[in-house]
Design a protein around this ligand. Structure first.
Ligand SMILES: Nc1nc2c(ncn2[C@@H]2O[C@H](COP(=O)(O)OP(=O)(O)OP(=O)(O)O)[C@@H](O)[C@H]2O)c(=O)[nH]1
Ligand SMILES: [Mg+2]
Length: 345
């Protein structure tokens, strides 16, 4: 009994000392969980590099399960138009509305002039829709379809970036967070992967391509965190392997690719950076990717829109002003002519 009253008075004492705003993070957490999260990921790059295959396995959901095709391995066909798949995933009570935007690969056509245009237009359309919704009446329930991240696939067969890669990424880098990936890494030896990564990073710098920058690590972070952060930055472009088939490796069923000489496991970090990429997208940087989209890319679009709208208003006002000035001038001229002639007469 005595203990109980002691405890009560302890809590009362504590209550006197605290106003209670320490619970704010919990309140925010509860509200966010209730509302759910959304994230839109896009894939782009040359045709046949495994874009559709990779996104299908990235979130452990079969995005293409509704397609009626016989062979599971061949289920994903060439992407011929921009397609959007939305899946609702739930993990430990937290809901995520994931949207994947799959784009047709370029490079197949004879003329690849401005092949990035449909993708850039798609991103702009989503910004435009958001801008309209934001300026409309029902601002509370806006559906956010802005693209938060674009995985850009780079061929493992070239010597670094191709001119089209440079053109494509430069056309998009002011609109979306670009995360470059080195496709079909199973076709390269570990030394080749290492060399290609360095070359691609150098070329990205050399051509002034602004890819997504991981936020800097705070100086007070622990050493483990700093090491992880360094490793993540060194992994760019993430070497990835995609597969739609489950194979048996060391008695376990894993997603992988079966070759006459062995098995490549998609989720084995010794084989590729698939897990690192997924962790970056889901566990560590999803919110930052969304923040950068909102604060930087969308803000640029918005500022641009407002600027051109203001320019149009000023132009229209000047046109009206010029018109009324001309009318006034003509009116005065008419009066001078008519009355001037009358006075002379
Ligand atoms: N070796 C290897 N083959 C892969 C990998 N990922 C996908 N493939 C194969 O490459 C082929 C093309 O894969 P898709 O996923 O359709 O490629 P895509 O980039 O979506 O192609 P488009 O839709 O034309 O742009 C398929 O036969 C896949 O099985 C990989 O990591 N390694
Ligand atoms: Mg495809």
């Amino acid at each position: 009994m005595a203990t109980c009253s002691e405890t009560n008075s302890d809590t009362e004492d504590q209550d006197k000392e605290y106003v209670g705003f320490a619970t704010l993070p919990n309140q925010v957490h509860r509200k966010s969980v209730k509302k759910g999260f959304d994230f839109t990921l896009m894939v782009a790059g040359e045709s046949g590099l495994g874009k559709s295959t990779l996104v299908n396995s990235l979130f452990l959901t079969d995005l293409y399960k509704d397609r009626k095709l016989l062979n599971a391995e061949e289920r994903i066909m060439q992407t011929v138009e921009i397609t959007k798949h939305t899946v609702d995933i739930e993990e430990k009570g937290v809901k995520l509305k994931l949207t994947i935007v799959d784009t047709p690969g370029f490079g197949d056509a004879v003329n690849n002039h401005e092949c990035w245009k449909p993708v850039a237009d798609y991103i702009d359309q989503q910004f435009e829709q958001y801008f309209r919704d934001e300026s409309g009446l029902n601002r509370k329930n806006i559906q956010d379809n802005r693209v938060h991240c674009c995985l850009y696939f780079i061929s493992p067969f070239g010597h670094g970036l191709r001119p089209l890669d440079v053109e494509f990424m430069k056309a998009l880098h002011e609109k979306v967070n670009i995360v470059p990936v080195l496709a079909k890494a199973d076709t390269l030896t570990p030394t080749e992967v290492k060399r290609k990564k360095i070359k691609i990073r150098e070329e990205i710098e050399q051509y002034g391509i602004k890819i997504y920058q991981f936020p800097d690590c705070d100086s007070d972070e622990d050493e483990d965190f700093k090491k992880q952060d360094y490793e993540l930055k060194e992994s760019i472009p993430f070497a990835v392997i995609g597969s739609n088939t489950v194979v048996e490796a060391k008695g376990k069923r894993v997603r992988g690719r079966l070759y006459p000489w062995g098995i490549v496991e998609v989720e084995n970090s010794a084989h590729c950076d698939f897990v690192k990429l997924r962790n970056m997208l889901v566990r560590s940087h999803m919110q930052d990717l969304k923040d950068v989209t909102r604060e930087c890319h969308y803000e640029n679009y918005r500022a641009h829109c407002i600027q051109s709208m203001t320019r149009m208003v000023v132009k229209e006002r000047n046109r009206k002003y010029d018109l009324s000035r001309n009318l006034l001038f003509m009116f005065l001229l008419y009066n001078i002519l008519v009355f001037g002639v009358q006075i002379i007469i």
